[in-house]
Design a protein around this ligand. Structure first.
Ligand SMILES: *Cc1c(COP(=O)(O)O)cnc(C)c1O
Length: 394
């Protein structure tokens, strides 16, 4: 069987079909319907005359690594993709592939915590500096460019306030600088938006979240042109952040149901968000699908679904949020998101624990803020659990 990281984009097929079938090379009689896990770290190869590439699992060209990458490329509508050991491996290898000492990055200031730490604390040690901008200010991107800007980085929807900023200004700034436009699309998934269709060069995911979808693996992905993916794969080979074949197989299995899961995540989250707006003790409900969300119009224009995340603010503040989380019996308090089970977390204790209360409030995260990753349970059961937990928290 031969698979490459590139899957010929079959525009006639829809996302649900691609999710099930893309990356499966061998439908001949006698071949397994589900590809086996190939644990072998290395593959027979005596020399270039063998007519195959040199295969080695750190190179990302084990059959499981290749087939999951081809599936991701098909869903993103890109020439190629690469699966890596984690979302952070995907982000760091993409950034390192495009920058060197003396180079500059322009990034949204609404970023995943570890990405922000990488850009503000780690990359500067290697001579790569970042200017953080307000992604809601269309002029900020262009104003931050320098002659050494190599990457423009955005993320959407953002964590945990679920802001959805227009990609256009960042795209225009990147193209005027000849820089790579990279986007962390973890919260959106290729089902809710195909970022490459909006001009994103490097579409990045923490596949740990929705792509995997079952909270049972750590993985990352990058999708883009074949040339970009070659450069990122070269970094991955050197720094060693390739995905284990077992995790690649599990990820591929998860992605098969991604369109079906996202359809339900989108619908249940919307219904739950609307329901929360009428619950006593909840002072604010944050979801891009609600008309009063600051980016509702932008989200409706760019996204095909508003996503599975809902945030709420409890009137009683920090104490009420703590009681709410510990009184849930169906939803579980745990960090992470995107799984089949509903999870809640308080940014005050997790992603934003290092900030002062005032700094959090400034970002739209007052005490009492609870982020909900809406799972696949029945809406009525979730409502009952949340109603009881709010009632006992106020
Ligand atoms: C979780 C997450 C990451 C990091 O992914 P890992 O798989 O944990 O390395 C990056 N970006 C976003 C938006 C995330 O939610």
């Amino acid at each position: 069987m031969t698979i490459t990281r590139q899957e010929k984009v079959n525009t006639a097929r829809g996302a649900a079909t691609e999710a099930v079938h893309a990356g499966h090379p061998d439908a001949r009689p006698g071949q397994p319907v589900v590809a086996p896990i190939v644990r072998s770290s290395t593959f027979h190869w005596a020399g270039p005359d063998d007519g195959t590439d040199l295969l080695y699992s750190r190179y990302g060209n084990n059959p499981n690594q290749l087939s999951v990458a081809a599936k991701i490329a098909a869903l993103e509508g890109t020439e190629a993709a690469l699966a890596l050991a984690s979302g952070m491996a995907a982000i760091s290898m993409t950034l390192l592939s495009a920058t060197g000492a003396g180079d500059h990055i322009v990034a949204s200031r609404h970023l995943y915590g570890a990405t922000h730490a990488l850009l503000s604390g780690e990359l500067p040690r290697r001579g790569i500096v970042t200017t953080f901008v307000d992604p809601g200010d269309p002029d900020a991107w262009g104003a931050a460019l320098t002659p050494r800007t190599r990457v423009v980085l955005i993320e959407l929807p953002t964590n945990p306030t679920l802001r959805v900023f227009d990609i256009g200004p960042a795209r225009d700034a990147a193209s005027s600088a000849g820089a790579l436009l990279a986007a962390d699309m973890t919260f959106a998934t290729p089902i809710n938006i195909r970022a490459a269709d909006h001009g994103v060069d490097a579409v990045i995911h923490s596949a740990t979240k929705y792509l995997g979808g079952h909270s049972d693996l750590i993985a990352g992905a990058v999708a883009g042109s074949a040339a970009l993916i070659d450069r990122v794969a070269k970094m991955m080979k050197l720094y060693g952040g390739s995905i284990d074949p077992q995790a690649a197989w599990l990820l591929e299995r998860g992605i098969r149901t991604l369109p079906a899961r996202m359809d339900r995540h989108n619908r249940t989250a919307q219904a739950l968000a609307e329901w929360f707006t009428g619950v006593d003790g909840v002072s604010e409900v944050v979801h891009p699908g609600l008309p009063d969300h600051p980016d509702h119009e932008c989200a409706a224009r760019m996204l095909r679904g508003f996503g599975g995340m809902v945030s709420i603010v409890l009137e009683g503040g920090a104490g009420a949020a703590d009681r709410f989380c510990s009184n849930l019996t169906l939803a579980a308090a745990a960090p992470s998101l995107g799984g089949v089970e509903t999870l809640v977390s308080q940014p005050r204790h997790t992603s934003h624990a290092d900030l002062s209360r005032a700094a959090r409030e400034d970002l739209g995260i007052p005490d009492g803020f609870v982020r909900i990753s809406v799972g696949l349970e029945d809406l009525e059961d979730l409502k009952a659990d949340f109603a009881a937990a709010v009632a006992s928290a106020v």
